[in-house]
Design a protein around this ligand. Structure first.
Ligand code: ZN
Length: 128
């Protein structure tokens, strides 16, 4: 049985918001050692007017279909979102977004992009 639904494969083959930004406000890269996935997320944010939002986001990476499709879907989901709302996203939001049952090892793949995203957003929220 094929556990990857059509939408996941579509995002894997045709990733949305793939690439890099000119002068991103933040860039974070993380990997998942168990599967070998890597995700890079770059964000531009509008700090004013408050609340701060994600005005543009791009990702790049290599790895399994779940990790890459999850990153692609996540960038679409969070564009325009406030930083505060992005920090509230959790593993259930990701599995709902993917719309499929995942084994524990696959959940790590699915959550990698959220980890990277929240690390990036957290650094934007830290006053410099
Ligand atoms: Zn993976």
């Amino acid at each position: 049985m094929d556990i990857y639904r059509e939408q996941i494969l579509d995002h894997y083959k045709h990733p949305r918001n793939f690439g890099s930004l000119e002068n991103p406000d933040v860039k974070v890269e993380e990997g998942n050692v168990t599967c070998g996935d890597r995700i890079v997320i770059e964000i531009k944010s509008t700090l004013y007017p408050l609340p701060s939002t994600i005005s543009d986001i791009k990702f790049s990476g290599v790895g399994c279909a779940i990790s890459q499709a999850s990153a692609s879907m996540l960038t679409e989901k969070v564009k325009g979102m406030t930083l505060e709302d992005v920090m509230k996203l959790n593993s259930k939001d990701i599995t709902d977004m993917l719309g499929t049952e995942l084994t524990p090892s696959r959940i790590k793949c699915a959550l990698l992009s959220l980890d990277v995203l929240q690390k990036a957003v957290a650094s934007l929220q830290t006053p410099t």
